[in-house]
Design a protein around this ligand. Structure first.
Ligand SMILES: CC(C)(COP(=O)(O)OP(=O)(O)OC[C@H]1O[C@@H](n2cnc3c(N)ncnc32)[C@H](O)[C@@H]1OP(=O)(O)O)[C@@H](O)C(=O)NCCC(=O)NCCS
Length: 161
């Protein structure tokens, strides 16, 4: 999993703000602590070798899609789509995903799977409610929702959590 994440996260190098980049992008300890915090991963193998991983995390009244990574050699062949469909089939709750504003390919990927960007006015409140992120990461991230969330929906969601 760490090899897949390290390889796939190369897509961020030079694209996301330099102060947000880490090498390795995710350490073994960070991955373990994400699992301990309830992120459940699904994986896709091609000919017996892991090609992609994607996680889902139940937080209060939503499910978050977390850590979506397909190895670079296998991107664009539908692996990410299969993983996302698999996770979406496991939830009937409001689903949210956060990604870097600069990761335009990831935003497009989620939009093609029915996610919609949340209004900018509620983005920070959602990130603070459902994720543990720095102010810097809030400034440089977007949130997408499936189904789509209006301002009022987002406030109701946060109030109900
Ligand atoms: C974002 C990511 C997880 C998507 O996974 P993926 O396996 O590349 O996604 P898919 O192949 O399902 O879909 C991506 C594209 O491949 C196309 N595709 C799907 N099946 C295909 C197939 N059989 N043959 C060719 N292309 C195909 C999709 O239509 C889509 O094309 P489009 O972007 O032109 O619409 C992956 O690209 C990745 O790891 N990127 C780097 C890290 C990252 O950005 N992660 C997101 C963190 S939130």
């Amino acid at each position: 999993m760490l090899a897949i994440i390290g390889d796939a996260a190369e897509a961020y190098r030079g694209v996301i703000p330099a102060d947000c980049w880490h090498d390795p992008y995710m350490s073994a300890d960070a991955l373990r602590s994400e699992m301990a915090a309830g992120v459940v991963f699904t994986g896709c193998e091609i000919k017996g070798a892991l090609a992609g991983v994607m996680g889902i995390q139940r937080v209060r009244n939503v499910d978050l899609i977390r850590h979506a990574y397909v190895r670079s050699a296998s991107q664009g062949r539908g692996v990410g789509g299969l993983l996302l469909n698999d996770l979406q089939a496991r939830t009937t709750r409001q689903t949210l995903v956060g990604t870097w504003t600069a990761a335009t390919w990831a935003i497009g990927f989620y939009e093609r799977h029915g996610f919609r960007l949340v209004p900018e006015m509620v983005k920070a409140a959602l990130l603070r409610t459902y994720w543990t992120v720095s102010d810097r990461q809030i400034d440089t991230s977007v949130v997408l929702a499936a189904p789509e969330l209006t301002d009022a929906d987002a406030h109701r969601l946060i109030g109900g959590s």
